[in-house]
Design a binder for this molecule. Structure first.
Ligand code: PAF
Length: 282
């Protein structure tokens, strides 16, 4: 599997593929790859002839007190997984390649970034939108894939690429879960065994709320009950538990069009996020 660290040779490869009419699909990641990433790679193979996976732990999307320095990094294991998955190219730029001296540009998406994770992670989505725009410009894919686990991120990236006329199609891929419902995440490895045992409660609570909403209940009751359940289960801080329009992320009282129940909560020092769809019945 070819590995690229520099923009020029990477672009030469992807431009060559596209010139032959081969569709290129990009899967941007921060490494510490797990089965959820491999599901994105499988979907990429289904959608295009050439699959590029980027690995870059992007410093600009971490806050000063967040886990940038301890974010899991295991490049050799990641590359082995990607080679086994038949990826056509791995792209591993370093920080100087992505943010050379004098770098001064930031993409700010308004509205969509103002609640949910945006409220608790100031600057996070500007970091994400900026790095994704750069990766897309560097790779030149026809399609870029993102997991639905980071649902607000998916909406923000879709908006930014549309607003800036970036010629790429952004697609979401449903969240892969452990058998007990826990969404796969690189950060799950931070959980102690006791926390890991409690973690599936997050998905269970979101699913109960989604069921009540799909059956026509207004959101306030199930959301209040769900928050109490999470706190009773041992989640130390529930940052948000909210029902939002699936496209605009505007708060929703009664579900009449596709919506999403989203949450962020701490188990000990680990912040977990998850979300589930709500499709109104009838
Ligand atoms: O979801 C992630 O892993 C990151 O936010 C992304 C999209 C690769 C940008 O750094």
């Amino acid at each position: 599997m070819p590995r690229f660290d520099a923009i020029g040779p990477l672009r030469a490869a992807t431009t060559g593929w596209r010139a032959k009419g081969e569709r290129v699909v990009l899967v941007p990641t921060m490494g510490a790859l797990h089965a959820g990433h491999l599901a994105l790679v499988a979907q990429a193979h289904a959608l295009g002839r050439r699959v590029v996976v980027s690995i870059f732990v992007n410093p600009t999307q971490f806050g000063p007190t967040e886990d940038f320095s301890r974010y899991p990094r295991d490049v050799e294991a990641d590359l082995a997984l990607l080679a086994e998955a038949g990826v056509d190219a791995a792209y591993l730029p370093d920080v100087e390649t992505m943010y050379p001296a004098g770098f001064s540009t930031r993409i700010e998406v308004t509205g969509l970034t103002e609640g949910l994770c945006g409220e608790y992670r100031p600057g996070h989505f500007a970091g994400v939108a900026t790095v994704v725009a750069k990766l897309v410009n560097q790779v030149g894919p026809d399609i870029a894939l993102f997991g639905e686990k980071d649902y607000q991120q998916l909406r923000v990236i879709t908006r930014a690429m549309r607003d800036l006329d970036v010629p790429v199609e952004i697609r979401g891929v449903p969240t892969l879960r452990e058998a007990d419902g826990l969404a796969l995440s690189s950060r799950n490895r931070y959980l102690t065994p006791a926390e890991r045992a409690l973690a599936p409660q997050l998905h269970a609570t979101l699913s109960r709320i989604a069921g009540a909403l799909a059956a026509g209940e207004p959101s306030a009751g199930p959301v209040a009950k769900g928050r109490a359940e999470l706190e009773a289960a041992g989640f130390s801080v529930v940052q948000y538990l909210s029902v939002r329009d699936a496209e605009t992320l505007a708060p929703v009282e009664e579900v009449v069009r596709p919506a999403r129940v989203l949450a962020a909560a701490y188990l000990g020092r680990t912040r977990l996020i998850d979300n589930v769809p709500v499709v109104p019945i009838g």
